[in-house]
Each structure stands twice: as structure tokens, then as C-alpha cells.
Design a protein around this ligand. Structure first.
Ligand SMILES: NC(=O)c1ccc[n+]([C@@H]2O[C@H](COP(=O)([O-])OP(=O)(O)OC[C@H]3O[C@@H](n4cnc5c(N)ncnc54)[C@H](OP(=O)(O)O)[C@@H]3O)[C@@H](O)[C@H]2O)c1
Length: 360
């Protein structure tokens, strides 16, 4: 059972999501001796900054030897399956950023502001939704709760960092080549990513015509809200942006609304909204924790039932690393509260967790 300063493992510590998770933990003052970074043989033995203290990356094969209370997985689905097996007889709770367990009905799929009630003291494996799903449901959940959503049509404008460090490297290399008049063939992406846009690179399902990213948005949104037949119509596109995704969302609501009511509802759920005329770009969201909503409109031809939103979010933070750490906070709080109930001297044991809960 975790102590008040839990030992946290970050798998994929050198990757974009893993290094962001480390930076959030370091910013919060989580002590270096209670954090362990893991990687493949490519990075094991190397050192990585953790605040002012460098930590040494451990080989993934040793993960069961580190007495971890929590493990945040920031690698691909095959690594997630491997780690789940290595830790199956360990007390460590796993929070996974990959797609490995998202549709497993025994594994909660959690955005803490929406469905933290899916977490229990006993939860051992929790899935983080896909980054595009997280930002869309976070922006729409207040409207879903207060008015009701009938259907969603969404077009994404996704940063290349959604494909990991290699995506950023490819954008940098291609931009440099292009500006120097060199024609460089794409390697990671199916088309040139500099000065170009293209449909998301995940495989298209011939049965539906939707690609893998679009299918995740459909299935995960339905699962998070528990509406198996909710119409969700995504078109996912990569754009030559380094960090933070944008989305154009059109949703039909159950009841008529107005722009001012939408703004009021979103703000009451701690969603940052912009005033008409204010510009919102991915750069405004990059490096921050907010899902930001701008261009709030109501289609006048829809009887007030169709709304249009422009949403930006740092997909490496709220779309992955931060969401995972918020899940960890919720679990710590639930476990701490349960221990405090059983104790004759509950004291201040859950104060830190309570603060974290407010942040989540
Ligand atoms: N990037 C995003 O915006 C985003 C958003 C939401 C979810 N996600 C998901 O988060 C996960 C990580 O994405 P990322 O963008 O951080 O990718 P990344 O930058 O490519 O990093 C991947 C990390 O995985 C590690 N890794 C690969 N094979 C490994 C193995 N066999 N054992 C241990 N570690 C291994 C690598 O470590 P070594 O360097 O040691 O090989 C690397 O640090 C993925 O599942 C991704 O789908 C990403």
C-alpha cells in the first residue's frame, strides 16, 4: 500500500510524454529518490534531468525490482502489455498512456474531471484516453451534463509531436531541407509534414473508412460517457505544428441554447473560454494545463441547438502526462481517505491529496 510519498516509475522516461511527466512531478517537488525512470536498452544507464538532480534511467526488465507504488507507462502498447505482465504480482498501480487497455471493460478509462468515480481504492490498471479524445470530451462534458449532446462532428488539427519525438524531429528536418531547396522524402509520416497537411497517418479500417485515430475518438468518447450509439464523426488531420492540438467541433444539443449560456456553463466547469474576437492558437495552449475554448457560436438556422467551438490543448500535458498524474492524485486521495477512516488518528494524512484533488 502506498506511503504518503509514493514511489513512482515512469516508463519511457526519455520520450515526450515520459519527460513531461517527470517535469510535472519535479515541479510539484516530488522527491528524486521516490522517482524511477525506465527505458529500453537504448537509454538504460544514461542520466536525465529531474529538477536539479539527474536520475539514471533503469532498464525496463528490472521494473519489478524497484518497489514501485505507481507506474506511469509512456511507451507504446506492446511495452504496456510487457510491463503489465512484469508487474502482475507487484503492488504497483499502472496508469497507461498507450491504447493497449483502453477498450478493455475491466480497465477504467478515465478523465478525472469527468469520471473519477470509475476509480476505486483497488484499481490496479487504469487507461488514459487518446489525447484527441481527452481534449474533446473535456470541452464538451459540461454541455453534455447540463444540456445533453445528440451528436458530434469534429475535425482535428494535430501537432506532429502526437507521433512522439520522432515526429518533431521529422518536422524540423523537413522544414530545414525545404527552406534549403532540398526535396526530402518523408520517413515517419506518409507525406511531407513541413508546409503541408495530411490525414492522420493511422491505418484506415476498410470496413468503416475511419482511420485508427478517428476510431479511437468514436469508441473512447462513447465509453467515457457510457453512450454506446452516440454519433461521433471525426476527421483527423496532421498540421505542421510542433506542440498542442486544435479541434473544430460542431455538436447538436438536446435543447436550444445561447452563446452566453454556453460560456457560463463552460466557465462553471473550469474551462477557460475566450471572448468573441480573441484569437486562439495551439501556441496559446502549448506548455499549459488548460483545455481552452474559443469561437463559441450557435448556428442561428438550428433553432439554437447546434453549437460550434474551436478548442486548443497541449496534448502532451492534459492529453497524456498531466491526465495520468491527475489519475494518480485521485487514487492517492481515495486510498488515503480510506486509511484515515480506519485510523483512530486520521490527522493531516490526506491534506496533500485533498489539495491535489482540487487541482484535478
Ligand atoms: N505524444 C503525444 O502527444 C501523446 C499523447 C497521448 C498519448 N501518447 C501515448 O504515449 C505513449 C508515449 O508517447 P511519446 O509521444 O512519449 O513517444 P516517444 O517520444 O516516441 O517516446 C517513447 C518512449 O518509449 C520508450 N520505449 C520504446 N520501446 C521501449 C521498450 N521496449 N522498453 C522501454 N521503453 C521503451 C522509449 O524509450 P527509449 O528511448 O529508452 O527506447 C521512449 O522514451 C504512446 O503510447 C503514445 O501513443 C502520446
Amino acid at each position: 500500500m502506498p506511503t504518503s510519498v509514493p514511489r513512482i516509475g515512469i516508463v519511457g522516461a526519455r520520450g515526450l510524454v515520459g519527460s513531461e511527466a517527470l517535469s510535472i512531478l519535479a515541479q510539484r517537488g516530488h522527491p528524486a529518490k521516490s522517482v524511477v525512470g525506465f527505458g529500453s536498452s537504448r537509454s538504460a544507464g544514461s542520466r536525465i534531468d529531474y529538477g536539479p538532480t539527474p536520475i539514471e534511467i533503469q532498464h525496463i526488465d528490472t521494473i519489478a525490482d524497484h518497489g514501485l507504488d505507481y507506474t506511469i507507462l509512456c511507451a507504446d502498447a506492446s511495452v504496456a502489455h510487457q510491463v503489465a505482465e512484469l508487474l502482475q504480482h507487484q503492488p504497483a498501480t499502472i496508469i497507461d498512456n498507450s491504447s493497449a487497455f483502453r477498450m478493455n471493460p475491466r480497465v477504467p478509462l478515465v478523465v478525472p474531471e469527468i469520471n473519477a468515480d470509475q476509480l476505486t481504492e483497488q484499481s490496479k490498471l487504469i487507461a488514459n484516453p487518446n489525447c484527441s479524445t481527452i481534449m474533446m470530451v473535456r470541452a464538451l462534458d459540461p454541455l453534455h451534463r447540463e444540456i445533453g449532446i445528440r451528436n458530434i462532428t469534429v475535425t482535428t488539427y494535430q501537432a506532429v509531436s502526437g507521433a512522439g519525438r520522432a515526429g518533431v524531429d521529422e518536422l524540423h528536418a523537413q522544414t530545414h531541407s525545404h527552406l534549403n531547396g532540398i526535396d526530402q522524402a518523408p520517413s515517419l509520416f506518409p507525406a511531407g509534414c513541413a508546409f503541408n497537411v495530411f490525414e492522420h497517418e493511422s491505418l484506415i479500417d476498410p470496413a468503416t473508412g475511419f482511420n485508427g485515430e478517428e476510431t479511437k475518438m468514436i469508441n473512447e468518447t462513447r465509453r467515457i460517457w457510457g453512450i454506446a450509439d452516440l454519433p461521433v464523426l471525426p476527421t483527423c488531420v496532421r498540421v505542421p505544428v510542433e506542440r498542442a492540438h486544435a479541434q473544430s467541433i460542431v455538436a447538436d444539443l438536446q435543447e436550444p441554447t445561447t452563446e452566453s449560456l454556453l460560456r457560463e456553463i463552460l466557465s462553471s466547469y473550469a474551462i477557460r473560454t475566450l471572448e468573441p474576437g480573441e484569437t486562439l492558437t495551439p501556441l496559446d495552449a502549448a506548455g499549459g494545463d488548460d483545455v481552452i475554448v474559443g469561437r463559441i457560436r450557435v448556428d442561428p438556422s438550428s433553432g439554437g441547438r447546434r453549437v460550434l467551438l474551436w478548442v486548443c490543448c497541449d496534448q502532451i500535458r492534459k492529453g497524456a502526462a498531466l491526465n495520468a498524474i491527475q489519475i494518480l492524485d485521485q487514487l492517492k486521495f481515495k486510498r488515503c481517505s480510506s486509511r484515515a477512516k480506519k485510523s483512530t488518528r486520521p490527522g493531516k494524512a490526506c491534506a496533500e491529496e485533498q489539495n491535489r484533488k482540487v487541482l484535478a
